[in-house]
Design a protein around this ligand. Structure first.
Ligand code: UD1
Ligand code: CA
Length: 461
């Protein structure tokens, strides 16, 4: 096989996005759109991969930690797609073989199509091979003008005649080029068009005039070449990605009650017989086991959830792990580094951060538990608060196995409640409680008989 070099164009301003963020960093189902392009490219095991970026070089580089071997070149100013390709000439000096050019804003192109593109290009020995598609609505794309079966040129929408605008075969913006002679040919592209830009698609006409062969491959699923130029198209492509993910999960045995309102990132794993109710978001690096039930309004991010876990409505769970058979919610907020043990139960209006809740333990109502290690079979009463922050530092609370924390307890950390200890309702714990002890801090109750009546009389005077 000939050497394969990949160039990804990502320097365009993305004017139509109306954004201060580079267009290729806008996220499609949780991942920057250029990440999809680079993932597909990586599957071809190319010799080199070069990304052409605009002024926000550092932002683009920082967003691509998963692609360490990339070469990045800056195109400044951005004078068009042909000009963008020219900026890679110096890094590709002496390179031989095939150059595959990808657009950072065309995320759904499959690696299978890329493989076909490379194979076809190598087999025909063409100077260029263009990926095309037949679409219902060609608006915005370059149109493929053929003479007989052969591609003759590509005309951009803004430069097209009314007849040419009627052509439904469009340019996907993805090409394979034979590197030999490529940059010289690109240099002969002139910016005489409606946008005064150097158009890479003009290379087709250049080659055809030179009598060189230009081939096309046409994708059967036009979603693959759907470009993203606006927020509207960003939403359209995101919808396709979501539907694909939901379809895969359903095929693997997950019940998704309403796929239209279920937002699951592509990297998420979910086991069979888990049921997902409407309006659920599952994002990032999340894995959910089998037989779980995730109710409406739940958002799960970067979390690990075991089997047969129930998450009731309107929970926000980020960076947590929840073991088998646990129950969470409704209205629970689990923040990073929370670990919920097997068969544990967390109820409404409970917030946890950096906290372990042991197996079989319960925190059912209105609590804040932060920087806390709770053993197994502990009962955390309603309104329990760990006072973990003294204004400067965070401190740890430890509650040992089998302890019982009465309602409305404040635990002023650092503090430890021993195994099996009882904390009376309304207690402020400032010192450690020994195992098996009862801790109470509230004063003895006093009733003043007739007090209300006397107060009323005083007010009337
Ligand atoms: C381009 C093609 C069009 C094709 C469509 C497919 C041109 C002139 N037109 O149009 O035929 O149907 O893609 O999606 O190529 N870029 C740079 N530097 C620049 C300009 C653009 O790196 O100076 C990058 C952009 O970031 C983008 C890609 O090249 O990733 C395509 O540019 P864009 O402006 O989106 O071209 P389209 O109008 O979509
Ligand atoms: Ca585009």
């Amino acid at each position: 096989m000939a050497d394969l070099h990949i160039v990804v164009l990502a320097a365009g301003k993305g004017t139509r996005m109306k954004s201060s963020v580079p267009k290729v960093l806008h996220r499609v189902a949780g991942k920057p759109m250029i990440g999809y392009v680079l993932d597909a490219a990586a599957r071809l095991a190319p010799t080199t991969t070069t990304v052409v970026v605009g002024h926000q070089l550092d932002a683009v580089k920082a967003a691509l930690p998963a692609h360490p071997g990339l070469r990045v070149v800056v195109q400044e100013p951005q004078l068009g797609t042909a000009h963008a390709l020219l900026t890679t000439e110096s890094v590709l000096q002496g390179a031989k073989g095939i150059l595959v050019l990808l657009s950072g804003d065309v995320p759904l192109l499959s690696s299978d199509t890329l493989k076909t593109l490379v194979e076809r290009h190598a087999a025909t020995g063409a100077a260029a091979t263009v990926v095309t598609a037949l679409v219902q609505d060609p608006t915005g794309y370059g149109r493929i003008v053929r003479s007989g079966d052969q591609i003759a040129r590509i005309v951009e929408e803004k430069d097209a005649s009314p007849t040419e605008r009627g052509i439904r075969e469009v340019n996907g913006g993805i090409y394979a080029f034979t590197l030999d002679g490529l940059f010289d040919a690109v240099r002969s592209v002139a910016p005489d068009n409606a946008q005064s830009e150097y158009y890479l698609p003009d290379l087709v006409a250049v080659y055809r005039q030179q009598g060189r062969n230009v081939e096309t491959i046409t994708v059967s699923n036009s979603d693959e070449i759907q470009g993203i130029n606006s927020r509207f198209e960003l939403a359209a492509v995101s919808r396709i990605v979501r539907q694909t993910k939901n379809t895969e999960l359903m095929a693997a045995g997950v019940t998704i009650e309403d796929p239209d309102t279920t937002y699951i990132d592509s990297g998420v794993e979910i086991g069979a017989d888990t049921v997902i109710h409407p309006c659920v978001t599952i994002a990032g690096r999340t894995a959910i086991g089998s037989g779980c039930e995730i109710h409406s309004g739940v958002q799960v991010v970067d979390s690990l959830i075991g089997d047969r876990v129930t998450i009731r409505n309107h929970c926000v769970i980020a960076g947590a792990s929840i073991a088998h058979d646990a129950t969470v919610g409704p209205f629970t907020h689990l923040r990073p580094d929370v670990s919920i043990g097997e068969h544990a139960k967390v109820g409404n209006f409970v917030e946890m951060k950096n906290t372990v809740l042991g197996a079989g333990s319960k925190a059912m109502h209105l609590s804040y538990l932060g920087d806390t290690v709770i053993g197994s079979n502990v009962n955390v009463g309603a309104g329990t608060i760990t006072c973990n922050y003294d204004g400067v530092r965070k401190h740890k609370t430890t509650i040992k196995d089998g302890a019982f924390i009465g309602s409305d307890t404040q635990l002023i950390a650092p503090v430890t409640v021993g195994e099996g200890a009882y904390v009376g309702t309304g207690t402020t714990i400032r010192e450690d409680v020994p195992a098996g002890a009862l801790a109470v801090s509230a004063g003895r109750q006093r009733n003043i008989e007739g007090w209300v009546e006397q107060k009323k009389k005083k007010a009337a005077k």
